[in-house]
Design a protein around this ligand. Sequence first.
Ligand SMILES: Nc1ncnc2c1ncn2[C@@H]1O[C@H](COP(=O)(O)OP(=O)(O)O)[C@@H](O)[C@H]1O
Ligand SMILES: [Mg+2]
Length: 365
Amino acid sequence: MSDASPEPPVQHSRKVRVALLFGGRSGEHGVSAATAAGVMKAIDQDKYDVVPVGITREGQWVLTSGDASRWELTAGGLAEVTPESGKELVGLPDLGEVDVVFPLLHGPFGEDGTVQGMLEVAGMRYVGAGVLASAVGMDKQYMKLVFAGHGLPVGPYVVVQPREWEQHRAEVVDRVLELKFPVFVKPARAGSSLGVTRVDDVGALADAIEEARFHDPKVLVEQGIEGREIECAVLGGRAGGPPRASVAGEVVVDHEAAAFYDFEEKYLSGSHSRTEAPADLPDEVGERVRELAIRAFEAVGAEGLSRVDVFVTPEGEVVLNEINTMPGFTPISMYPKLWAASGLPYSELIDELIQLALERPTGLR
Ligand SMILES: Nc1ncnc2c1ncn2[C@@H]1O[C@H](COP(=O)(O)OP(=O)(O)O)[C@@H](O)[C@H]1O
Ligand SMILES: [Mg+2]
């Protein structure tokens, strides 16, 4: 007894429990599953316990497998959360003890403030933007209004409300004709290029609007901007500090082969585009992109993370395209790539985002 080694100290602390929300009700369901796989693999297992929560396309929450390979993008395509993927969850309390929620959800019912609102009501901490910033970042009409209201550069566009299209189609066409072609027709609230069409002449406009309306009854028609597609990753500041911008990256699309950076290019074939991080830009243009990215992040009141996408015209002018409050987040997605290129590898980025969420109080802040 006397020579027995002392008992190890009682472990009062446990690992931080992180609920990963993925799948979901939007068209980006499968992309979200692929993101979850990436995070499950890379998250620091010594620090965090993962509670994997899949959301079916119908909105059912399921406590699923935490086996990353189940959710990876394979030759068979993107994975799908179904009611059979695990144990059905009825309400948030069914999750058990959770310290922080990481909504790896893209698009409506995930990136748009709805899930964030639910978590606010429940008083749960979560990674990323709050209700308002998420909603503004999701809705391209309000995003542009907020950017313009902050004096940030946005291109010319026309909003097509459902009633206008259904009852005053000729007026809509007249308004669009004031823009220069090509134009880009897009759903106001979608993502991953779903429902986006490049339109070269007015004859193809109606079909493109109908296509966008399949994703959202509210549609935007934007004047095409000739330029390079440059993206910048922003991280919220630690301990009240200012937001941080990564190096700028570039999406290089072979325009001979693909009309633009569409869903197929982003996730499936990707054979006519590539991403470069950092982008080969003159220093002052790179600086301007980073500065605008931070201003865009602050304009919408984002928190945690956002990717800001801009066009850089042949004259070196920088025009905002959009902010994504839950950008693609697989290990090969632009957001993690930009941070890796800025000295913050994927696992550490995940850690940083969770720490930012833990540091932030719930409620009004
Ligand atoms: N105004 C525009 N000018 C030129 N290209 C555009 C314009 N709007 C969109 N695109 C092209 O379409 C892609 C998807 O549009 P985007 O607005 O980023 O939609 P999403 O939110 O679905 O990513 C862009 O990455 C770009 O290739
Ligand atoms: Mg985009």
